[in-house]
Design a protein around this ligand. Structure first.
Ligand code: NDP
Length: 673
């Protein structure tokens, strides 16, 4: 009997439970029931134990836990691969699910450290000045919700499906309750068991609901969210739940998607793009036996070469070996269950009202497998009749694809759009004009578009692979949700609030120095203070320096930057912006560094860049500049004895007008004596 991990302990239902069958042999792998499970207690545990524990950590601390967990899980995964065979997955299929899931966690761990602050609040965009004097400002920021992230997953990716949702939710400060699809829940349970046993995540961060989620949504409120992957039918049940309709529960949906791949009108049978297209279609039909939400269901090809495309796909499909996924010579295993196969067969029957089956009319020859007990199905290729509607409406969730033809690029775009919104589309072309036309034409119906040609093919991750750094989700029929996409998916889980306040208040609230708030100047130069000794607002107010024509000439000669505005008085005078010789912007910045620096060896280790550099007022010979450098943000780096300090730099002239503004980025030792 599979167990649930609920409110800090493992729960085993007393009921006999529903049997879960091996996709290949039909043997019972496990039984499943959540009878007697206290869902309210799970939600309460997440809210009162898991959530506060995660939110006590900064984004960096959360990211480091994810990294530790990903390492821990990667170290011992053979047992997961063994178990995964029972879902019907070949070893290659399992790599996408298991290693793909761990890779996603690694990616979120590193993005969390690099792209989020070492804090519990994320700023969104810059300051908005709301009053003339600069005493009233606006700043958007993201905070963690004190809620629960419920994840209802599909059967096809029992590991990746959980981890790709868990990682961003955890980074965002939310505890997760994971409900895997029944059919493959034993694989998810095995991973959750490893996670819980590791003790790496704070208690309550992750709970597992093995069995029916009936009643779970009744427990949720406006701070909670549900991320759902599965059928449009279940999605509509969830959308109609009173707590979603009226109670403010946020629902993200990733449902049926009739993804297409378009072969560009420029491609002929001799082009490398022809083979790339054919290979892509066959890969997407057969990986995971086509049970991928991103698989190519519609192959849209130019009419003149449609016969050649169909023949080439058939030739490749004929080489696909079907059978026991544990046999290394097998390319495609069974579907996840006999029920799933029945659904796919039904969908093929409906498609036959509008298309001819051109491959797969006969059962496949099976390797080391029993056709009666295992959910095997040959790959099936159909060719649509002109004007067919069904291929745009029916999603056979298996190794099935339909070829459709077009005459013009506009028609190809129209056909793609008839899918009513997809997770992913691909275009195989070597013509940049075609690429622009079709990508811009089809993008409103897609969450992701792959443009494949001879140049990117070797490195391409393929049509069907969602990547942690790119958005996964699609409009319309695909559910309208958005997952992954790097830090975007973390922010989706958080609340964005516009805060209006004075500069000092904003500095206090955000932990980041805000223009206009207090500066602290004392007798110790900030470059002599260690990371631990620095405080937000510490400032150097420099001496002044006059910029001379000799300085400008010298800089021009020394660097080779003899642009006329710095060297040719007549030409510079004709420049409508300058009206005469001006100092190089980089000279101003260099002189500013000379003004604010404290040159002796000390805790400042390096300057690793500047951000947001803007030259605002031209500096002419004779102008007198000064600089104010203020500690804006202090970010200790985990596992390092130094951290990052962001300094606000403002260079002004004799009229106190800003001539340059920028952020200076330095590395500073944690301690210094
Ligand atoms: P379902 O929608 O039936 O199931 C998806 C998840 O929802 C499962 O965890 C399921 O649990 C759960 N669920 C089912 N009913 C409810 C409910 N009333 N309230 C809350 N949760 C519920 O989809 P399947 O996984 O069975 O797949 C069916 C079809 O969905 C496929 O044939 C395909 O068309 C589509 N699909 C789309 C995917 C995508 O990413 N776009 C991915 C996978 C499937 P349980 O398993 O216990 O019923």
């Amino acid at each position: 009997m599979l167990e649930s991990y609920a409110a800090g302990s493992w729960f085993r239902a007393k009921a006999e439970g529903e049997p879960l069958l091996d996709a290949t042999t039909g043997e019972v792998v496990a039984r499943l029931s959540s009878d007697g499970l206290d869902l309210r207690a799970m939600v309460e545990h997440a809210r009162h134990v898991g959530g506060p524990a995660i939110r006590a950590l900064t984004f960096h601390q959360r990211a480091l836990l994810l990294k530790e967990l990903a390492r821990h899980l990667s170290a011992d995964k053979d047992f997961l691969y063994e178990l995964s065979f029972r879902t019907g997955a070949t070893r290659r299929d399992s790599t996408v699910d298991i290693d793909g899931g761990f890779g996603t966690m690694f990616s979120y761990a590193s993005k969390g450290v690099r792209e989020l602050p070492n804090d519990t609040v994320v700023l969104d965009g810059g300051l908005e000045r709301l009053g003339r004097e600069g005493t009233f400002l606006g700043q958007h920021l993201h905070t963690s919700r004190p809620g629960v992230a419920v994840q209802i997953n599909a059967f096809n990716f029992p590991v990746w499906g959980m981890l790709e949702k868990l990682a961003p939710a955890f980074l965002a400060g939310l505890p997760s309750i994971v409900k895997p699809a029944s059919q493959t829940a034993y694989l998810t349970e095995a991973v959750v068991r490893r996670i819980v046993e590791s003790g790496i995540l704070p208690e309550g961060s992750l709970q597992l609901l093995s069995g029916s989620p009936r009643g779970l949504l009744d427990e949720l409120n406006e701070q909670d969210s549900v991320a759902f992957t599965g059928s449009a039918h279940t999605a509509s049940i969830l959308r109609n739940h009173p707590n979603v309709q009226h109670g403010g529960v946020r629902l993200g949906v990733e449902a049926d998607s009739l993804n297409c791949s378009i072969l560009g009108p420029d491609v002929t049978v001799d082009h490398p793009e022809f083979d790339l297209f054919v290979k892509g279609v066959v890969t997407e039909m057969t990986v995971k036996a086509g049970q991928k939400c991103t698989a190519i269901r519609r192959a849209i090809v130019p009419e003149p070469i449609a016969d050649a495309v169909v023949d080439a796909i058939i030739a490749r499909l004929a080489e696909i070996t079907v059978g026991n996924p544990a046999d290394e010579s097998v390319r495609m295993g069974p579907l996840a269950s006999l029920g799933q196969r029945q659904d796919v067969r039904r969908a093929i029957e409906s498609l036959r009202n509008a298309a001819d089956v051109v491959f797969g009319d006969r059962p496949a020859d099976l390797i080391d497998a029993d056709a009666e007990r295992g959910a095997f199905l040959s790959p099936v290729l159909l060719r649509a009749w002109p004007g067919a509607a069904e291929p745009h409406d029916i999603e056979p969730f298996g190794p099935v694809s339909t070829v459709l033809t077009y005459r013009t690029a506009s028609e190809a775009i129209e056909l793609a759009a008839r899918g009513k919104g997809s997770l992913v589309g691909s275009l195989v072309t070597n013509d940049p004009g075609v690429a622009r036309r079709i990508v811009l034409g089809t993008a409103p119906w897609h969450g992701r578009i792959l443009v494949l040609n001879r140049d990117d093919a070797a490195e391409s991750t393929g049509h069907g692979s969602p990547l942690p750094m790119l958005v996964h989700g699609g409009p319309g029929r695909a559910g309208g949700g958005e997952e992954l996409g790097g830090i975007r998916s973390v922010l989706h889980h958080m609340q964005r609030t516009a805060v209006q306040a004075s500069p000092d208040m904003l500095t206090a609230i955000t932990g980041r120095w805000t223009t206009g708030s207090k500066r602290f100047v004392d007798e110790v130069h900030p470059f002599r203070k260690s990371l631990e000794g620095l405080r937000i607002g510490d400032t150097v107010v420099s001496a002044t320096r006059q910029v001379t024509l000799a300085d400008i000439d010298h800089f021009a000669e020394f660097t080779g930057d003899t642009f006329y505005a710095h060297t040719d008085p007549e030409a510079a005078a004709a420049n409508p912006l300058f009206g005469g010789i001006v100092a190089h912007g980089y000279l101003v910045v260099s002189l500013a560094a000379g003004l604010f620096v404290e040159p002796r060896p000390g805790p400042v280790l390096a300057n690793f860049g500047v951000d947001h550099l803007r030259f605002l007022t031209p500096v002419k010979a004779g102008d007198v500049i000064a600089v104010k450098l203020t500690v804006k943000e202090i970010t200790p780096r985990a596992n390092a004895d130094y951290g990052e300090v962001r300094w606000d730099a403002v260079v002004t002239n004799q009229d106190d007008a800003p001539v340059a503004t920028y952020d200076v980025l330095t590395l500073v030792a944690r301690t210094y004596s």
